[in-house]
Design a protein around this ligand. Structure first.
Ligand SMILES: Nc1ncnc2c1ncn2[C@@H]1O[C@H](COP(=O)(O)OP(=O)(O)O)[C@@H](O)[C@H]1O
Ligand SMILES: [Mg+2]
Length: 245
């Protein structure tokens, strides 16, 4: 039985990443959900994502954006509705959140394949003493969804294939791959200083549609490796070979 450390709070992990200036630039602004913070974030960004601090599998994720006429568009699961007042948006979130802590994060307009946004899963592991990026994969939103999670119908694509289909040149792809590798390894080292029991991480990283800048949406400390994938995803399934303590 492995007994690796698991850290569930997204905001706690975000705070640790922000202590590393080089990494901080890839962390989208994130606050605890409150009426004031939602207001402040929507005054600053056109779109925000509101999600449970301890969420998983893309559950209870809400996207809120400001429309040109000043009303607010709320997307959740397959539904979309518009409200006039921010108080209505606050109430919508409160209904879904119940007693659970939610967070508000700057929304990232993600790079697309066939008009469907996708993000990347960067797996980082520490089989021995050093953290290494073991695989990267792309996850494309299923039609009508606002999340890319495999458990929500997200479609898996090979990393290079996805970026190529998104229109990137080979040289751009290898540059991004290098950058994501650095981000993965740095993230692991910084988090591991604070949480010594970590052995394995899965970063969800979005690429900005226009600039291709990477944004760390979250860091999973207990990443799932989907079962039953075709052979072309063999590399993705590479897992820790040796337990280390
Ligand atoms: N700030 C954001 N901007 C754009 N999309 C987001 C943002 N946050 C989350 N998402 C989408 O929702 C998915 C689930 O969010 P995530 O933070 O990874 O939580 P979970 O633990 O539920 O996987 C992401 O993979 C991404 O597709
Ligand atoms: Mg995720």
């Amino acid at each position: 039985m492995s007994s690796y450390q698991v850290v569930r709070s997204k905001i706690a992990k975000t705070k640790v990443l922000l202590t590393e200036p080089w990494l901080a630039r890839f962390v989208p602004e994130t606050k605890l959900f409150s009426s004031e913070n939602l207001k402040a974030m929507l005054a600053k960004f056109n779109e925000v994502y509101v999600k449970p601090d301890r969420g998983r599998r893309g559950e209870r994720v809400i996207a809120i954006s400001v429309l040109p006429d000043g009303s607010y568009q709320i997307k959740h699961e397959n539904a979309e509705n518009t409200v006039e007042k921010i108080a209505n948006a606050v109430n919508f979130v409160k209904k879904i959140a119940g007693n659970d802590q939610f967070i508000v994060q700057r929304g990232i307009t993600m790079l697309c394949v066939d008009e469907s946004p996708f993000d990347l899963r960067v797996n980082v592991q520490k089989p021995y003493a050093k953290w290494i990026v073991s695989s990267m994969i792309a996850k494309k939103q299923a039609p009508g969804k606002i999340v890319t999670n495999y458990s929500q119908g997200g479609i898996l694509l090979e990393f290079e294939e996805a970026l190529k289909l998104a229109g990137l040149e080979k040289s751009q792809v290898s540059k991004i791959k290098k950058l994501l590798t650095n981000i993965g390894e740095r993230t692991a080292r910084v988090l591991n200083e604070k949480y010594p029991g970590l052995r394995e991480l899965g970063l969800d990283i979005a690429l900005d549609k226009m600039s291709h800048k990477p944004w760390i949406l979250e860091v999973n400390t207990k990443p799932q490796y989907p079962k039953g994938l075709s052979d072309k995803f063999d590399r993705y399934r590479r897992i820790i070979k040796q337990k280390n303590g």
